[in-house]
Write a protein that binds this ligand. Structure first.
Ligand code: 13P
Length: 348
């Protein structure tokens, strides 16, 4: 977790060489082999990085994020009355990662380290289950062996001179998340997001990062969760696209939003609103909560519910696939899908 100061000069914003070294490791480690830490250039891996980013950013598809730490996975399990044991985490992840037909809507999955080495109860590695569905396995931070992409994340806020929660994804992706926490208007989030992205791209460019080989994983530009007025999907799309158009070069292949505590339906409606006209980049999703909520509630930890819970995952994945294409309608959405998931100070 890193924190950035809005008032600080550029060079102090992103904690200097250390974080850059870390990113360079993630970028170069992504293509399945360990290499020495060096400057942020993909070198001989450029083609693979560019291809990976392109495949993940393919029409009608997005990312399933299940990179929550064991502690956060424990909170999810506790919400349905299960203990945070490895067996329960494995059972939940098996449900998600063996969903038949997942690859139609999901192009990549971000895993937590434990999941990377886990297998199904009949011994098949989770990464192989994903590959079979043509879903690219990825990993948070720098454990990139067996993976084709990796994620680095940190948090930022909008209050005072500090920013909330930001995650930066360097599988071939970059993702800053600005937390929903606060009572600020949407204009303030826009201001903060523009500063964050100006800084991120400053350092990416300074370090010769291959823009064609990265994906962004930003939060949407919304008012703070406690702001007196709610914003419509059209308003959120307008502000978010304004920020992205001002800051993100068209060489970047994809923008894969996180859901940040929005309800499943809100996250899908907002994505749909952003895809009503062509954008310079693929605009899609990399949701965790907004793909998993109904699944979890449907499963309840019972083996007899696995199939119906997997169907619930496909419903969400398909809805977001349609939203990526700009064709989603919220008609018939369940009450669960409309339930907001914002929690103050939420961390992964
Ligand atoms: P949420 O969709 O729950 O915000 O999480 C996305 C994410 O960034 C996990 O890596």
């Amino acid at each position: 977790m890193a924190s950035l100061k809005l008032g600080a000069p550029s060079s102090q914003w992103i904690a200097g060489d250390r974080s850059l070294d870390r990113r360079s490791r993630i970028l170069t480690a992504a293509p399945r082999r360990r290499v020495a830490v060096g400057p942020i250039r993909a070198g001989s891996y450029t083609d693979e990085l560019v291809l990976t980013a392109k495949v993940i950013a393919s029409p009608g598809r997005g990312i399933l994020a299940i990179d929550e730490s064991n502690a956060t996975c424990g909170k999810r399990l506790a919400s349905i009355g299960l203990d945070n044991t490895e067996a329960n985490r494995q059972a939940y992840r098996q449900l998600l990662l063996t969903t038949p037909g997942l690859g139609e809507y999901i192009s990549g999955a971000i895993l937590f380290e434990e999941t990377l080495y886990q297998s199904t109860t009949d011994g098949k590695k989770f990464v192989d289950c994903l590959r079979q569905e043509k879903v690219m396995p990825g990993i948070k931070v720098d454990k990139a062996d067996s993976c084709q992409h990796s994620l680095w994340s940190f948090c930022l806020g909008c209050k005072g001179s500090c920013m909330g929660s930001c995650s930066v994804c360097f599988h071939c992706s970059v993702e800053p998340e600005i937390l929903l926490d606060g009572d600020h208007p949407i204009e303030r989030t826009l201001e903060v997001a523009e500063k964050v992205w100006a800084e991120v791209f400053y350092y990416l460019a300074e370090n010769n990062v291959v823009f064609e080989g990265i994906l962004l994983k930003p939060s949407m530009v919304t008012p703070g969760a406690e702001h007196k007025e709610k914003a419509s999907p059209e308003m959120i799309a307008k502000y978010t696209l304004k920020m992205l158009n001002r800051r993100v070069p068209p060489a970047v292949p994809g923008i894969m939003f996180l859901s940040g505590g929005q309800s499943e339906m809100e996250a899908t409606l907002n994505l749909n609103a952003m895809n009503q006209a062509p954008n310079p980049w693929h605009v899609s999703f990399s949701y965790a909560r907004a793909l998993q909520n109904t699944v979890l509630k449907t499963w309840q930890g019972r083996p007899e519910n696995v199939v119906v819970a997997q169907k619930a995952l496909l419903v969400r994945a398909k809805a977001n696939s349609l939203a990526q294409l700009g064709h989603y309608s919220a008609k018939g959405e369940s009450q669960e899908a409309k339930t907001g998931m914002f929690q103050k100070g939420y961390t992964y």
